[in-house]
Design a binder for this molecule. Structure first.
Ligand SMILES: Cc1cc2nc3c(=O)[nH]c(=O)nc-3n(C[C@H](O)[C@H](O)[C@H](O)COP(=O)(O)O)c2cc1C
Length: 190
């Protein structure tokens, strides 16, 4: 089983990355093949709404998103991880999601499987935010769930932590990293 983790944080080794690492370690401990993509290190331009994908079934912009499409197609499980920036996912994550319009076009215009085949895929969402407000993750969750629906990925749940701001402070949380590790194991087991 292949597990793809995608981090949208610009802060390398920050709270999101630390949580994602644990999810991936948990998945690897169950024998999964794991791969992590750090969006901030890639060159992914914004969707230009050129509609080329409506005919081609693929995005014609030749940048690092082409690698992400390939990895998405290969993965059996997807872990999307992004801190909250202005109440939504980071710009890095949103740019990647918008480029999945090409996969939307496959499904809804060309009537072909968005990820190339119909095998069952599942996805988990990981997030942190500084504030403690109850609905902090709602905008991000709506976006991520919409993406999973478009990609025919079954939503497997979320791991979200409020009141997390300083770089690395998630390591002081009583059980966040342990829960992230278990979530990675569960993603493979189920
Ligand atoms: C541009 C920017 C916008 C942010 N907006 C929010 C916000 O709307 N709500 C919130 O709770 N935290 C917000 N934060 C705080 C981050 O979510 C928080 O510091 C988080 O722990 C960063 O995670 P990371 O270490 O994985 O990058 C923002 C941080 C930045 C840099």
């Amino acid at each position: 089983m292949k597990i793809l983790g995608i981090s949208g944080s610009p802060r390398r080794g920050g709270n999101t990355d630390l949580l994602l690492d644990e999810v991936m370690k948990g998945a690897a401990s169950r024998g999964a093949e794991v791969k992590t993509i750090i969006l901030n290190e890639l060159d992914i331009t914004h969707c230009q709404h050129c509609d080329a994908c409506y005919r081609a079934g693929r995005c014609t912009i030749n940048d690092d998103m082409q690698t992400v499409y390939r990895e998405l197609e290969r993965a059996d499980r997807l872990v999307l991880a992004s801190p909250v920036h202005f109440l939504g996912p980071t710009a890095q994550m949103k740019a990647m999601i918008d480029r999945c319009q090409a996969l939307w076009a496959r499904k809804y215009i060309l009537k072909i499987p968005p990820l190339g085949d119909r095998r069952e895929r599942k996805g988990l969402f990981v997030s942190v935010g500084a504030l403690k407000m109850a609905n902090l993750f709602e905008p991000s969750l709506a976006i991520v769930k919409a993406l999973f629906t478009v990609l025919d990925i079954t939503y497997a749940g979320e791991m979200v932590f409020r009141g997390i701001d300083e770089k690395g402070i998630i390591t002081k949380h009583p059980d966040a990293l342990r829960r992230a590790f278990f979530a990675g194991q569960e993603l493979v087991d189920n």
